[in-house]
Design a protein around this ligand. Structure first.
Ligand code: SF4
Length: 154
């Protein structure tokens, strides 16, 4: 998997102070997408073991307390991303006590494959659905258009 951005301290992508990772690769091609540079899975940088370890260390850093990890993109549930994202979310739940995971995806929760569902089983809040330009509303919390849903899964 590749990624575009990592913010070790972020207060705008989910509730509380968080670590946020923007992965590469998205197949939804939503009209009006603000992140078109992330569409290619080969764009950005390789998400290596050191990057994964850094996120775990940041979440466990007691000097700046983080509430959890946010994973956006691109699309973390793009099939080629699933193996890396699954390993990351499993480590967060195994190694970071009481940290929540927020995730943004263009897929709909009801249509997820078994492999995507396995990843989502570790996610606390899933914001799903394609961005619909005609339904765009900047006043909506955590989502860009009103068709998207904030699912609180835990
Ligand atoms: S799901 Fe998100 S990143 Fe992918 S095309 Fe739609 S708005 Fe862009």
């Amino acid at each position: 998997m590749n990624f575009h951005q990592y913010y070790p301290v972020d207060v705008v992508n989910g509730e509380g102070t968080r670590c946020t990772l923007f992965v590469s690769g998205c197949e939804h091609q939503c009209r009006g997408c603000y992140n078109q540079s992330t569409w290619s899975p080969s764009s950005g940088e390789f998400f290596d073991q050191a990057m994964e370890d850094r996120i775990i260390a940041d979440l466990n850093d007691t000097r700046i307390k983080r509430r959890g990890l946010s994973i956006s993109g691109g699309d973390p549930l793009l099939p080629v991303n699933l193996q890396s994202v699954l390993k990351l979310v499993q480590r967060v739940k195994d190694e970071c006590e009481a940290k929540d995971i927020w995730m943004w995806t263009g897929y709909s929760l009801d249509d997820l494959t078994e492999a995507q569902r396995e990843v989502v089983s570790y996610v606390d809040v899933l914001v799903d659905g394609k961005f619909e330009k005609a339904l765009a509303d900047p006043s909506l919390p955590w989502r860009g258009s009103s068709n998207q849903v904030v699912h609180r899964l835990t």
